[in-house]
Design a protein around this ligand. Structure first.
Ligand code: AVI
Length: 323
């Protein structure tokens, strides 16, 4: 593989412009939209951590239960001496659960866009596993990035928990799987968390928690736009809306304008009709069959599936198809 990733100062400037460009593109479209990757500024990342602890938000608990209960079986799918590459590592909780069950893993490569989170979580992993080589890579995992030189000769196992794949449109999910196949190379394994279709009441509750944390997480996107793009959006004039769209097997999150209003964002005036929404996120839910059909068309062969007792969530092992 290539040289270790280096971030250039002009790339940092570029990403700020990306934010302005994407927000203007989304708010001047009909229907209006914003990209969910922008939820995760420092406050958004903290709110997401709070979401994972909510009684209604089952995915994190269900996935951790699967990783714990089937740890030995999952670890058996990972070749000895492999490097574990985590896409969008965030909190290292799940990786540490997997690493504890798979002592033959030689290196852990968390890939994340937030340098603070990377450094903090890498330290936790080093403390718990002093023998393990930990090689953090600061990068947007959805774009091409170089793996550290040190893992060049190792077999690679990707780790993509949390059903983050569900936040991609199906064609993007397929493109991501191909991209992961490309980065991980021949003979790779991918351990991926995939949230499952279930009773809409369970899904609707998970994204409309009684404590209002998901609403804060959604509205924080407007706070970020105000702060970073010199906007004047009145947060009290918008409300959180989340619902399960059963035709498309996805939770949709929106921010709804309570009134007819105009806001200024990066020097532009944006009009809202009363009730008009900004579509901020989709969270796709798969059946075992629908994910089982997506993977083979995207460079991977499914080899094992584990679920929790409720069959709310799945962890799946895929192996790379040969070129
Ligand atoms: C990160 N992602 C998998 C979460 C989800 O469930 O789609 C993001 C989230 N949005 C609202 N609550 C949680």
């Amino acid at each position: 593989m290539g040289a270790p990733l280096r971030v250039r100062a002009d790339e940092i400037g570029e990403s700020e412009n990306d934010f302005a460009r994407d927000v203007i593109a989304g708010l001047t479209s009909r229907p209006k939209w914003l990209l969910p990757k922008y939820f995760y500024d420092a406050a958004g990342a903290r709110l997401f951590d709070d979401i994972t602890l909510l009684p209604e938000y089952y995915p994190t608990r269900a996935e951790l239960a699967i990783l714990r209960e089937h740890a030995t079986d999952i670890a058996r799918r990972i070749p000895p001496g492999a490097a574990l590459i985590e896409f969008g590592s965030g909190s290292s909780n799940k990786a540490r659960t997997l690493l504890a069950a798979a002592p033959a893993i030689a290196a852990y490569v968390p890939v994340d866009i937030s340098p603070e989170m990377l450094a903090q979580e890498a330290d936790k992993v080093r403390q718990q596993f002093p023998q393990l080589t930990v090689l953090p890579v600061e990068a947007d995992f959805t774009k091409p990035f170089d793996l550290p030189e040190a893992v060049a000769g190792m077999s690679r196992t990707g780790f993509f928990p949390g059903s983050t794949i569900g936040n991609f449109e199906p064609h993007e999910a397929s493109a991501f799987l191909r991209h992961a196949r490309q980065i991980l190379g021949r003979g790779a394994v991918l351990i991926i968390g995939v949230d499952l279709v279930k009773d809409p009441a369970v899904l609707n509750a998970a994204y409309n928690d009684l404590a209002g944390v998901t609403a804060k997480f959604n509205l924080n996107l407007l706070t970020r736009i105000n702060r970073e793009l010199g906007a004047n959006i009145d947060l009290s004039a918008f409300c959180h809306r989340a619902f399960y769209n059963s035709e498309r097997n996805r939770i949709e999150m929106h921010l709804a304008s309570k009134t007819r209003q105009k806001v200024r964002v990066a020097g532009r005036m944006i009009d809202f009709r009363a009730g008009e929404t900004i579509h901020t996120e989709n969270s796709y839910k798969y059946t075992l069959e629908s994910f089982g059909a997506l993977a083979p068309g995207s460079g991977w062969s499914p080899t094992a599936v584990w679920t929790d007792d409720n069959r709310y969530f799945s962890v799946q092992a895929l192996v790379a198809q040969d070129d």
